[in-house]
Design a protein around this ligand. Sequence first.
Ligand code: PLP
Length: 385
Amino acid sequence: MPTILPFTPTYATVDLSALTHNLTQLRRLLSPGCEIMAVVKANAYGHGAIEVSRALIAQGIGRVAVVSIDEGIALRAAGIAVPIVILGPLFSNQIGDLIAHRLTPIISDRSLLPALAQATASLATPYPIHLKVETGMGRLGLATDQLLALIDSGHVPPSLKIEGLLTHFADSDGLTTEQTEHQLTLFQTTVSGLAARGRSIPLIHTANSGAAVRYPRSHYSLIRPGIMLYGYHTLPASVPAPDLKPVLSLQSTVAQIRAIQAGGTISYNATFVAKRPTRVAVLPIGYADGFNRRLSNRGAVLIHGRRANVIGTVCMDMVMIDVTDIHETTVGDDVVLIGRQGADRITAADLAEWTGTIPYETLCAIGVRVPRRYREMPDPVSAPS
Ligand SMILES: Cc1ncc(COP(=O)(O)O)c(C=O)c1O
């Protein structure tokens, strides 16, 4: 029986067939022997980590990455059984939870090794860890010489298995390639140094979405895409991007219509002053839902397939728009804030541009009180051919 969802005036729709489409595009780029570890941190960039992980695993994805132990535990609680790599830092008082939930840590310095050694000493098989090399992001990781010295020192206990080696690029979507090339060279020095010591590491991974497209030599055994799975990229215009489909759309509903005279004002601090008699529609979505306050008197939404401008300051829970020229607008009308309506479309990249940020932030900011509705993939058996 189909699930009957309660009416919610503001909601996001997550199109899982668009997610699968983007996955297919990424798979086409893969170098031989390379697989995808899907990055589903930050609630899968706002799309819902559990549902996105399930959908990707159904498509053959065998490994996901989140940032924190809490995010990993939430996936385990939902029955996600594939290996989960924790991209963020690990703290000594999280080691019990890490092991209890079979989460794979990334080790970025040697200080945690004694505690990890102790916690894993009695396990039947060595516990997998990944080692991170810092090559230019200036964030987590060991420098190449520190990492090789660690291996030489014999301080990685036998109860730990170095399953993975990684680095992270700072500028894979940059205008020039120098920094990424330099990072790749440093990383390759580490890989070669380990090989020279007879260490063969099964999972070597460096590429985020941008690098996956732009630097095939960064592929190694896994790529770690996030943003492109969700249908966006930040590559420069000179780099051909895959054909991606935005996965998430954001909708709301007209809650009230009011008419104001020329000179009338809208919202906090009266930043909008009507220059003409104006019809105003009130929408129940605000900055607490991720509709950024920088959209005040800036940006637009779609109603009846046409653009209606945001007027006045965006409130925490509501925003007002000018529907003077969209005469047919009434209470209950559908409004699209991200997505397509009629022949027009507003993307998270548009909202990002209007607010001076990147689509990553726009998507991640969509608030917890916005319900996500999942548009399932068509059933391969019953789908019309
Ligand atoms: C360590 C790491 N790997 C991979 C990714 C995925 O990057 P992107 O979303 O650009 O593909 C991120 C995201 O920021 C990350 O922090």
